[in-house]
Design a protein around this ligand. Structure first.
Ligand code: PLP
Length: 383
């Protein structure tokens, strides 16, 4: 048989990258991971997920679910048993004005909420530093992300929100406990945010994915804004099942209905076996995460004790991150480059911010890794 050669193909696929995709820059974080791939046994304090494993009863239920044939599409909005458990947990039973939707991760909720509510040119407020999706997802809906600087204390400053609001502002996204700062919003801050949202008629998205990792009480803005707030919660962090892709949204029925419709034409449904397995987490006494959360609180304290005399740090009240200022007048990126040269993996603050002054540490790691990290960071503080 004669050798066949593919004809020269002049098709340039790169020309088909949309303006929408092209406008999203993921280079900051990619550079870190490219550098990281070259390190041998790095001190890895960059990971945004728990270092414990999925609780046994949940794992077993997932295996049983697969064996029992729960491998097909589920209803778009989620299996009825999980929806019922979510409604009971969120205390919205008997409230037809409030809907619930099971999601393929909280991320899916952020995207669907944006697609369901934002029109081109609408502006979306959120605090800077921010979780990366808050900046990029509005753009997917042709809306405009408006980060509101919260340095140096990372608190909610109502006067800064007032300054940022315009006639096009449509949405305020809050995250407490927050990624990447670990800051938890106080009842006073939530009241101020709720007043602000009411005065300007804004829809509030409350991302509460880290609600289980609160080292004081967890406060939500939702009760202050009936009918005006969409709450997003997830199983990823609480039960260490980031790869299972499961979360849920609870909020105004009119918006949940639109999100459900859009889910039907995008994600279709959340993973079926994960939905069945997640039922275990709602059975009283079946899964207890309190030891894991207590361990994370100790890890936070260990990190703070190890670093607070040589770094400028705002004490985090939750999640598993600390967001210190880079020392010696370095930018966050310069400092992270030096850290990586010293085998320490952390994330530069400009991945989560319009500023490049800080860096993110994740303490979702073993105590040994944390101690190695503290030692390396203490050396790096001096240069
Ligand atoms: N929201 C915040 C603040 C996060 O930090 C993350 C993940 O890092 C997510 C949402 C997405 O989580 P999920 O795995 O549920 O999509």
């Amino acid at each position: 048989m004669s050798q066949m050669h593919a004809p020269h193909n002049p098709f340039d696929a790169a020309r088909f990258v949309s303006q929408r995709a092209g406008a999203i820059d993921a280079s900051g974080i990619r550079k870190v991971f490219d550098l990281a791939a070259k390190l041998k046994d790095p001190i890895n304090l960059s990971i945004g997920q728990p270092d414990f494993d999925v609780p046994d009863p949940v794992k077993q239920k997932a295996v049983q679910a697969i064996d029992a044939g729960h491998n097909r599409y589920t209803p778009t909005q989620g299996i009825p048993e999980l929806l019922q458990a979510v409604r009971a947990h969120e205390k919205i039973d008997g409230r037809p004005d409030t809907g619930a939707l099971v999601l393929a991760g909280t991320s899916a909720g952020i995207l669907l909420a944006a697609l369901a509510t934002l029109n081109p040119g609408d502006e979306v407020l959120f605090l800077d530093p921010y979780f990366v999706m808050y900046k990029h997802v509005p753009k997917l809906a042709d809306a405009v992300p408006v980060p509101v600087d919260s340095y140096p204390d990372f608190r909610l400053h109502p006067e800064r929100l007032e300054k940022a609001v315009t006639g096009r502002t449509r949405m305020l996204v809050l995250c407490s406990p927050a990624n990447p700062t670990g800051i938890t919003l106080s009842p006073e801050e939530l009241h101020a945010a709720a007043d602000f949202a009411k005065r300007h008629g804004l829809l509030v998205i409350s991302d509460e994915i880290y609600d289980a990792f609160c080292y004081g009480p967890h406060h939500s803005i939702a009760p202050l804004l009936p009918g005006q707030c969409l709450v997003l919660k997830g199983f990823s962090k609480t039960y260490a099942m980031t790869g299972w892709r499961l979360g849920y949204a609870v909020g105004p029925a009119a918006i949940i209905e639109q999100m459900t419709k859009l889910q039907q034409y995008t994600f279709v449904c959340a993973p079926s076996m994960a939905q069945t397995a997640a039922l275990e987490t709602f059975i009283p006494g079946r899964v207890d995460m309190s030891n894991d959360v207590a361990a994370y609180r100790r890890k936070r304290d260990r990190m703070l004790e190890g670093l607070q005399d040589c770094y400028e740090i705002q004490k985090p009240g939750g999640a598993f991150y600390i967001f210190p200022k880079a020392p010696r007048g370095l930018t966050g990126s310069e400092f992270v480059r030096q850290a990586i040269e010293n085998n320490l993996l952390i994330i530069p603050g400009n991945v989560f911010s319009e500023r490049d002054t800080h860096f993110r540490i994740s303490y979702a790691a073993s105590d040994r890794t944390i101690d190695r990290g503290i030692e390396a960071l203490r050396k790096l503080a001096k240069g």
